[in-house]
Design a protein around this ligand. Sequence first.
Ligand code: ZN
Length: 341
Amino acid sequence: MLELERTILTAEMLAPDTGELISTRVEVRVDPLTGHTSRILPNRGLMPPNDFDLEAFARENQPRCPFCPDRIERLTPRLAPAIEPDGRIARGEALLFPNLHAYSSHSCVSVYSPRLHYLPLGRFTERLIADNLTAQVAYAKAVMAADPDSRWASINANHMLPSGSSLFHPHLQGVVDSRPTTLQRMLAEVPAARFDAYLEAERQSGERMLGRTGRVEWLVSFAPIAPAELRAFVGGVSSPAELDEALIGELAHGLTCAVNAYAELGYESFNLAMYGAPPATAGYPLNLRIACRSNLRPFYRSDSTFLERFHWEGAVDLAPEDVADRLRDRFTSAMSRHDIS
Ligand SMILES: [Zn+2]
């Protein structure tokens, strides 16, 4: 049985007023897949709930938004004919086009809907997410067919400005490239048995498990990089390009549970990454990570500090087990509904 490794550190100091001895407990945890470490701090209120009027801010910036209905056709680029003769990929309300600011050989942006300039996390639906994922999967397949060297696909999100998004209008981003990112490479190098051992250890403990639909298992990260971080593992496929309609439905279901639950906790910004390895990579389950980011407000504190950026060390004051306790009910009841349907 794989042991989830943790070390307790104690900081001691004298109180500024009384001079009394204060002890603080910091738990260092090792991620069982990549070996990166993370610090779980006592809750200090580092992630306050949203109190910013996002709807008013949306109205204010909408007149200049290139993703809204009257401008999206005119202001967004079109895909090369070898990838998509129509220039854009439409699925349901979702619309996908190239990213004007490319990060790789193939970068795309897909809005959930041109009409949804403002989409708070509590209003995400399975339909919106499934259609957007379907557009992303079609893009990854089309790119791989047109450019066989580009086999590393990922589906990602910067949702709201604190997450790194330069545009307010909600969207996903796809990257398909000949080179993996650092974490894509590290995860693809993890032996298959390690994934099995990690998931088995988490199932035995139960403390961080959220639930599973047919082939997708959801849990709270043991050693999170970012606040309220969840992971999902999709058995039997290694790339987003291999997702079929049923798996997209399962992922959309879990992601809807996740972002709706974030809204209940008071969060409105998140990052998402679905880390693909090349299609048919034996033993690699498609990995997904989603986590909250600080809420938007004047003079807000970023949750990404010197630790995350330069030490590659997570530091969060939301204990993963507390996050699991607060999210589990929503996941379990919704997951069972999904199984029945
Ligand atoms: Zn817009």
